[in-house]
Design a protein around this ligand. Structure first.
Ligand SMILES: Nc1ncnc2c1ncn2[C@@H]1O[C@H](COP(=O)(O)OP(=O)(O)OP(=O)(O)O)[C@@H](O)[C@H]1O
Length: 307
């Protein structure tokens, strides 16, 4: 269980984070989304006791991070995979961390296997690791103390497609066993594939908070025509609002039937016509983060689950 309650962080006159509240419950993966500079890292740092909030409070498993007697046994954190000592091997990094956490040494081998750092990789200095290997080591370190909560900042950064697929499975399994996962990412489709809950932040404030299904429900129809201009004109004449997507299709505020009929009436050939889904998250993200904090979008109250 993670809880952020009215978290605010000011640097001088600038508010990096303003009145941010959300909860993440056991058994769920929460995607924490927002454009550059939105306040994601600052929020995660406040959750993990690295940045003191100007006001508000954050707890993990009911306790402020700094008050947890042995935090790594409760919450696994990966905020900056590059922050490893470059002269130590992956195995050394984990062995030292295991000693600090008071976990058995055999756990080091377990987590190395779990993250796929096998063969010669554990013995190599981390300075020679690729970004993907550093991410895997960071995830191994986060898992070392068998925590019930994971807080990960951009964990897919530097992972190849196979690595991203692997990480998705790992996080899903962690949550399915009752764990709580909060992960920030710019990779919207990656988040969409693994998260069941979304918190979107823009300009330092929460602009959407709810289950993925609810936030994406009613996100409209995705349509692509042979003649894009003719299609736009046909939809406008039918009174349907459209927004272009990044890959040249149109997201329409209307049902697939209404869009299909409008196109047919105008004799426009369609190449694609479907419920938005995949495009929905990108559109939601762009719309909400551009709209700013004024219009907070709560799909559903977040369940209060004590842990
Ligand atoms: N130590 C600091 N001093 C002053 N301003 C800061 C500090 N840390 C963050 N900020 C500012 O707070 C805002 C939020 O930054 P933050 O790093 O939390 O955003 P982010 O969503 O994580 O962005 P990114 O995805 O680019 O990492 C930014 O405008 C940033 O410049």
């Amino acid at each position: 269980m993670i809880s952020a309650e009215h978290l605010t962080k000011r640097y001088g006159s600038q508010a990096a984070v303003s009145d941010v509240s959300f909860r993440c419950g056991p058994g769920t993966v929460t995607g924490f989304l927002g454009p550059n500079g939105a306040g994601k890292s600052t929020t995660l740092r406040m959750l993990c006791g690295l940045t003191e909030p100007t006001s508000g409070r954050a707890t993990v498993a009911g306790t402020a991070y700094r008050d947890l007697p042995n935090p790594g046994r409760v919450v696994g954190v990966l905020l900056d995979a590059g922050a490893q000592h470059p002269g130590r091997s992956g195995r050394e990094v984990l062995t030292l961390a295991a000693r600090v956490l008071g976990v058995e040494r055999r756990r080091v081998g377990e987590v190395l296997d779990l993250v796929g750092l096998t063969g010669r990789a554990p013995g190599k200095r981390t300075g020679q690791y690729s970004l993907g290997m550093r991410q895997r080591l960071g995830i191994a370190q986060a898992l070392l103390g068998e925590p019930e909560v994971l807080v990960l900042d951009e964990p897919a950064n530097g992972l190849d497609p196979e690595g991203i697929f692997w990480m998705r499975g790992l996080l899903r399994e962690f949550a399915d066993r009752g764990g709580t996962v909060l992960l920030s990412s710019h990779l919207l489709h990656e988040v969409e594939a693994v998260a069941d809950h979304l918190v979107v932040i823009g300009g330092g404030s929460v602009v959407a908070d709810g289950s993925k299904e609810e936030l994406l429900a009613g996100s409209g129809t995705l349509v692509r025509g042979l003649d894009g201009e003719a299609l736009s004109g046909a939809l406008a004449r039918a009174g349907l609002d459209t927004t272009p997507t990044s890959d040249g299709a149109l997201l329409v505020d209307g049902s697939t039937e209404a869009v299909g009929r409008a196109a047919a009436a105008a004799g426009v050939v369609l190449l694609e016509l479907r419920q938005a889904e995949g495009a929905g998250l990108e559109q939601l993200f762009l719309t909400l983060t551009h709209a700013g904090a004024a219009d907070v979008h709560h799909a559903a109250p977040v369940e209060e689950v004590a842990r």
